[in-house]
Design a protein around this ligand. Structure first.
Ligand code: AMP
Length: 503
């Protein structure tokens, strides 16, 4: 059977075991999860949703949103989560592109969204935190019994729109097998067992919180503490009840900013995982010094699920993203030709495996551009492999800076900056420059209580970086612009400072 939910159900040995506890202390067992997803499955079937139909969901992080995700899997529908921050105009684009049979939103946004959608005939239902949404009311009247629909392994389970920093956002088509193979690999390499309790503070409209976190929990029979968002007090309060946490790097810098977070606070934890954005080697080391735990950094993307991971046993190397997942082949290739590079060369990261998506929805040309003729998917990330086989990411190909004819990899300069005592965080970008083509430019935040002196920083960098890599300017900011997953928005910085070298 290809349906991911069938694999989940087959692995439930004891329906009484806890699956999810919310922040109010309500506990839902695996049996409750099966019943609730059945209620929701029957509700969406009652609207005529058929296998292959898209169900778009723009709601907060409610428990019912989890039931709805599972109901879509069970009904063979294609789950399409949307960031609650998207405006009605953006939602209109996704709806026009994906043509969902159903759009589920918050009661508070129903009318504005409906107005934004104009004349499009689409069924709209609501979910909210208090349980008073129209879909919640309907689901409560439905039977829990539901036969999970048979699906082929290659049938779509979800469409996730990429954040799309350039051009139109693309819908990545993710199959049941993409999700199953990846979650099973993660359960194995991260040693997830039924005894684990995952502290879940990530958003669930993104691959990290939705698939990496929830699917890994379900396929290992473990449970999760499901928090509406990352709130430092709440996370610190729950940590003694958890064994594992998955986070973006900002979760870990925020924990480290609080003195209450120490060895004792983390003593019940088995594993901290980081991903979705680069975790600085500085943060990695500071975390170990404070708690005795080495954060396990992994690398992945919407289109591919997870690609590499640092080892569970063995060195979790600061600044590196580890080894290919079981069943996944990863190589470093020349960006223009796809020719594999010898070990140590910096090139584009490419992969093949059961985790690689089925292409971009309604964009066959875009899809073709992202694959080599022999099937390797081109991630667009640059990186290299060290002599021990660890992969390291040097930045997005589109963020590569070419200054005076030399390639400058932003990650290398950012690492050198982050290691300085006065600097909290840094982002390195290329800006138009009459002489150099692009000028290496850093935007940094001071470490709390410190001031940054531009010429002193440049002098310090001269000890560690070749001259052509040293930023021409180091700009000081209170904070770096980040998206919901903690990724620095370099486009916004490039735009803001585009005229810096104009004179
Ligand atoms: P998304 O599709 O939103 O998950 O973004 C995927 C991108 O995030 C990748 O292509 C990388 O550029 C970046 N990314 C994910 N994990 C890491 C990591 N551990 N280190 C550096 N960049 C990462």
């Amino acid at each position: 059977m290809g349906n991911l939910f069938t694999t989940v159900a087959e692995r439930i040995t004891d329906p009484a075991r806890p699956f999810l506890r919310d922040s109010a202390g309500n506990v839902f067992s695996y049996g409750d999860m099966i019943a609730a997803s059945g209620h929701y499955g029957n509700a969406i079937l009652s609207f005529g949703v058929k296998p292959g139909d898209r169900v778009a969901v723009q709601t907060g992080k409610h428990v019912d949103s989890v039931w709805l995700y599972l109901a879509c899997l069970r009904a063979g529908a294609v789950y399409l989560p949307l960031n609650p921050a998207y405006t009605p105009a953006e939602v209109d684009y996704f709806v026009s592109d994906a043509e969902p049979a159903l759009l589920v939103c918050e009661p508070a946004t129903l009318e504005t969204l409906r107005a934004g959608l104009g004349k499009k005939a689409i069924r709209m239902e609501t979910l909210d935190a208090s349980g008073k949404g129209s879909l919640q009311a309907l689901a409560a009247t439905m039977l829990p019994e539901f036969s999970t629909v048979e699906r082929d392994a290659d049938d779509l389970a979800a469409i996730l729109y990429t954040s799309g920093t350039t051009g139109r956002s693309k819908g990545a088509m993710i199959s049941h097998e993409n999700l199953r193979s990846n979650a099973l690999a993660l359960v194995e390499i991260w040693h997830f067992t039924a005894g684990d309790v995952l502290l879940h503070a990530l958003p669930i409209f993104h691959t990290h919180g939705l698939f990496v976190a929830i699917n890994t929990v379900m396929l290992s029979g473990s449970s999760m503490i499901y928090l509406p968002k990352f709130d430092l007090d709440a996370v610190l309060g729950e940590m003694p009840s958890a064994t594992t946490m998955m986070g973006v790097p900002t979760f870990y810098t925020r924990l480290l900013s609080d003195k209450r977070f120490n060895r004792a606070a983390a003593s019940h934890m088995r594993l901290f995982v980081s991903g979705s954005a680069p975790l600085s080697a500085e943060t990695h080391r500071a975390f170990t010094a404070r708690t005795g735990h080495a954060i396990l950094e992994r690398y992945g993307m919407t289109e591919t699920n997870m690609i590499t991971s640092n080892p569970y046993d063995g060195e979790r190397r600061p600044g590196a993203v580890g080894f290919p997942l079981p069943g996944v082949s990863v190589r470093i290739a020349e960006p223009d030709t796809g020719k594999p590079l010898p070990q140590g060369g910096i090139g584009v990261i490419e992969l093949k495996g059961p985790n690689v998506f089925k292409g971009y929805w309604h964009m066959p040309e875009k899809t073709a551009q992202e694959f080599r003729p022999d099937g390797w998917f081109i991630t667009g990330d640059l990186g290299y492999v060290d002599p021990d086989g660890y992969f390291t990411i040097s930045g997005r190909a589109k963020d590569l800076i070419i200054s005076g004819g030399f390639n400058v990899y932003p990650a290398e300069v950012e690492n050198a900056l982050d290691a300085l005592s006065s600097i909290g965080e840094s982002a390195v970008i290329g800006l138009p420059h009459a002489d150099f083509g692009e000028a290496v430019t850093a935007v940094v935040t001071p470490r709390p209580g410190m001031t940054v002196d531009e010429s002193a920083v440049r002098a310090e960098l001269e000890n560690v970086l070749a001259k052509f890599k040293i930023p021409k300017r180091i700009l000081i900011a209170d904070a770096l612009p980040r998206n919901a997953m903690g990724k620095v928005q370099k486009n916004a910085l490039r735009e803001q400072y585009s005229g810096l070298y104009a004179s």
